[in-house]
Design a protein around this ligand. Sequence first.
Ligand SMILES: Nc1nc2c(ncn2[C@@H]2O[C@H](COP(=O)(O)OP(=O)(O)OP(=O)(O)O)[C@@H](O)[C@H]2O)c(=O)[nH]1
Ligand SMILES: [Mg+2]
Ligand SMILES: [Zn+2]
Length: 308
Amino acid sequence: MKARIYKSTGSWYVAKTADGKMYNARIKGIFKIEEITSTNPIAVGDEVEMVIEDVQEESAMIDHIYDRSNYVARVSPHNKRQHHIIASNLDQSILFATLKEPRTSQGFMDRFLVSCESYHIPAIIVFNKSDIYQKKELEKFALLKKMYESIGYKVVLASVQNNEGVDGVKALLHNKTTLLSGHSGVGKSTFINAVFPKFNLRTQEVSGWSGKGLHTTTFAEMFDLDNGGQIIDTPGLREFGLVDISKQELSQYFPEMRALINDCQFNNCMHINEPGCAVKKAVNTGTVAVERYASYLTILDTMEDISY
Ligand SMILES: Nc1nc2c(ncn2[C@@H]2O[C@H](COP(=O)(O)OP(=O)(O)OP(=O)(O)O)[C@@H](O)[C@H]2O)c(=O)[nH]1
Ligand SMILES: [Mg+2]
Ligand SMILES: [Zn+2]
């Protein structure tokens, strides 16, 4: 029977069948997917085939996974040689970021965006906790908004606490499977509770962000929206280590660079010091933001010389 994975703890799964019934499912043996051994063979969003073991007990055994249309993966925090698939079969992702308590760095955002580009998943950036932003943060937001919008990303300023910007984000979720991601403590679960109170997710209890008690959400979980679509809550990420991307192709996942690379003198240009580089020229004229170029170089520097 066909089902979709709604929750994954790593050792067992919650899967929902077409008739809307939820089962606790396990897998037999080890799946190898696309020749990558990932730390989690099955992820939230996956479509699987399973055998119902016990209808009363609502238990099932997964014996097949269907091809994924896409997925978001990162380097496993436990083993750098392994991948961890965050979620699959996505229509879009929302990066929840905060400029304060905690501060999300541009480097982190760019890594996440590069990952989404590489899997062809449209990304939206929501800057939450605007209620605690002061002049400094609001100015920073204005700069980031201008920069990311000029690249083509949608950027939203929100305060889930004050119900600002929330309805606009909710409207984007209709009929889509959306991944919600970002650091711990940025308000992902609070957002889901605000727009869909029936889910009643656990959030960090103390008001505000103390830097303690991180990782309130421990497993990725998908929820059905009333009028179609799903939202996936995920545990906060500390870092986002890129996988599946080679140094040579990295610039393709910076949309503003992608548009220029055919104009570089050398077709294997890495846009570092090569003569006739259209990307460097665009950085000098301000068409490509120097902050984004800096991210590009930093990411390049941290990538290994292996081609996948
Ligand atoms: N000031 C302010 N605090 C907020 C806002 N949204 C959420 N918070 C607070 O931020 C804290 C963390 O919220 P959570 O929703 O648990 O964060 P999370 O992103 O789900 O975190 P993890 O599950 O650990 O990944 C809670 O104390 C929320 O009340 C906001 O708009 N403004
Ligand atoms: Mg959470
Ligand atoms: Zn170049």
